[in-house]
Design a protein around this ligand. Structure first.
Ligand SMILES: [Mg+2]
Length: 364
């Protein structure tokens, strides 16, 4: 089986509200309107002579990245190749990790469709029925957070991740509101997005931990392995850090015993195949994992779910909030949360198909 053609389409879709994360003690709290914001996406469709098509997604595109302009380069890299040749296709892959992720997803979708199996069967088989999701609460006004938590609890969510790193007084108010609204059993993580100094992290984490925390992500500016280790030694709350595609950084975190849990996701690592390799490093080191997110639509979320259900290491609630954070999706069967989790859709490959009418309506 050979790849014979490819198409790239870009679209725009609205988020429910502005999503502010901590960038330092002066991170502004989002304003009263908290208006929806536009996110840009692109979708890759790889085709084979047998009539299979494989899908990949560039999620929430950064300004300046125009996947449509990569068509010629991707054709040169992929046409005539077998989708099963992951190692050789990626051995010298010259493009950025978002593009690598889109290609990796489309290759897995093709492999699954060619073999008539869901992608999770290619990633180790179904280890758990669904991926538990922690609803991510961004930096907002406390009254909006109270409403948000009530709404998500009534939809069945029992795990939450709160973005902190604005003013500590604001952060503490929001942690208290979530604990009071979600109840004592709810799992609550914080994500400071690297906003705190070492001293701030060591002072603030115990102050916020009085409300009961499962873990704290990215507590320190710079995310250095030694600084993270100092925080981890000073506080009793487990520490999470993003690892992206930096294998040397994973090894650094292991060497310095800096973290309890790593945060990884296909777009950050450059695809499902790479995520499995990073997960193997974490497993060997006795470190847990969760799936972070770049807030994906249906195609990207599908890949995340196949990874999550097939990976024992992903034992903590993950950040797969895209299906509820965007006002609409481009897949024919949008994902629906069940008891605060997401399960793969039945069918070969990723189990999702693009809806041509939606692509047309949201297309650029
Ligand atoms: Mg984070």
């Amino acid at each position: 089986m050979k790849i014979t053609g490819l198409q790239i389409r870009s679209i725009q879709v609205q988020r429910q509200h502005r999503t502010v994360v901590g960038t330092g003690i002066h991170t502004p709290v989002a304003g009263a309107g908290d208006a929806p914001t536009l996110s840009r996406f692109a979708f890759l469709q790889l085709e084979t002579g047998e009539g299979f098509s494989g899908l990949g997604e560039w999620s929430d595109l950064e300004a300046g990245l125009e996947p449509v302009q990569l068509k010629g380069q991707l054709e040169a890299l992929l046409l005539g190749r077998s989708p099963f040749d992951l190692e050789s296709i990626f051995a010298t892959f010259p493009l950025d990790r978002s593009t690598r992720c889109a290609v990796d997803s489309a290759l897995y979708d093709l492999m699954g469709k060619a073999l008539g199996v869901p992608v999770y069967q290619l990633l180790g088989g179904r280890y758990r029925p669904q991926v538990e999701v922690s609803w991510v609460v961004y930096i907002r006004q406390p009254d909006l957070i109270a409403q948000e938590i009530q709404a998500m609890c009534s939809q069945g969510f029992t795990a939450f991740k709160l973005k902190v790193g604005s003013r500590i007084e604001h952060d503490e108010t929001c942690v208290r509101i979530i604990r009071e609204s979600a109840g004592p059993q709810a799992q609550l993580k914080l994500d400071a997005s690297g906003a705190w100094s070492l001293e701030e992290a060591i002072e603030y984490i115990p102050r916020l931990a009085q409300y009961g925390l499962q873990a704290v992500e990215s507590p320190v500016r710079g995310r250095g392995a030694e600084d993270l280790a100092r925080v981890r030694q000073a506080v009793e709350v487990p520490i999470i850090e993003h690892v992206w595609d930096r294998w040397d950084y994973v090894l650094d975190l292991v060497r310095h015993q800096s973290v309890d849990i790593i945060n990884l996701f296909p777009e950050g690592c450059g695809g499902l195949f790479r995520c499995k390799k990073v997960l193997a490093l974490a497993e060997a080191a006795g470190i847990g994992a969760l799936l972070g997110s770049t807030v994906e639509l249906g195609v990207g979320t599908a890949g995340q779910i196949h990874l999550g259900v097939s990976s024992p290491g992903i034992a903590y609630p993950s950040d797969l909030i895209g299906p509820a954070m965007y006002q609409e999706d481009v897949v024919t069967r949008p994902f629906v949360y069940q008891a605060g989790g997401l399960a793969p859709l039945e069918g070969p490959g990723l189990g999702v198909e693009l809806d041509p009418a939606q692509l047309e309506r949201l297309g650029e």
